[in-house]
Design a binder for this molecule. Sequence first.
Ligand code: SAM
Ligand code: 2KA
Ligand code: SF4
Ligand code: MG
Length: 209
Amino acid sequence: MKTEVQESVEKGTMLPLMEEFYTIQGEGYHKGTAAYFIRVGGCDVGCHWCDVKESWNPNIHPPTDIVSIAENASKYAKTIVITGGEPLTWDMGPLTSLLKEKGMDTHIETSGAYKLSGTWDWVCLSPKKMKLPTPEVYAAANELKVIIYNNDDFRFAEEQAAKVSNDCKLYLQPEWSKRDKVIPKIVDYVMQHPKWVVSLQTHKYLNIP
Ligand SMILES: C[S@@+](CC[C@H](N)C(=O)[O-])C[C@H]1O[C@@H](n2cnc3c(N)ncnc32)[C@H](O)[C@@H]1O
Ligand SMILES: Nc1nc2[nH]cc(C(=O)O)c2c(=O)[nH]1
Ligand code: SF4
Ligand SMILES: [Mg+2]
């Protein structure tokens, strides 16, 4: 027999909440702007360089009622960024409906590996080779943010750019541990292929969450 809590998580009315924080969006198109981040636990994509591996196991993060998540978030900022973990592991419909009712702008950080759920004002797609995005996430992406760890990632970036809409913004972001090696390559690549824009994890330079 399933517990009520398990059923609520399956419906998306409770979510395993890892952390939430008010900060500055560090990456991509909205970098430099204030936003409240909700980090939902659970991800089985398995990027070896992931900078939040503590998020992967959903069972260590408390199932939390989305009504309290939404009420709390709306006190801090107009822009709410849902990240993880992989938020599309769960049904994002109920949480984003509550946030939209409160007049919030809803942004998602996603690998796109699962079915698109939720109502979004901004979709940041960061595709991963191990588990490619679903067709509907490519179509919905407002920004494509490809992480550059090695040379093959430039090839992967072009392959992914061919799958998003024409007005999708294109970013190359250095993998943090390889940044010294990779930043010069990204700089050269963007000068050669100016449809791409450099994205840095500026929050890590600013020493903020
Ligand atoms: C931790 S992920 C969570 C959201 C979702 N699972 C995803 O991968 O898009 C948030 C963002 O951080 C990026 N990221 C994770 N680890 C990174 C690293 N070591 N260096 C640079 N970016 C990283 C991801 O690609 C993604 O764009
Ligand atoms: N400041 C800040 N900006 C971010 N943009 C995307 C992040 C993420 O982990 O999804 C992130 C994060 O963890 N912190
Ligand atoms: S998909 Fe995102 S959360 Fe999952 S392992 Fe990769 S970077 Fe980490
Ligand atoms: Mg982060």
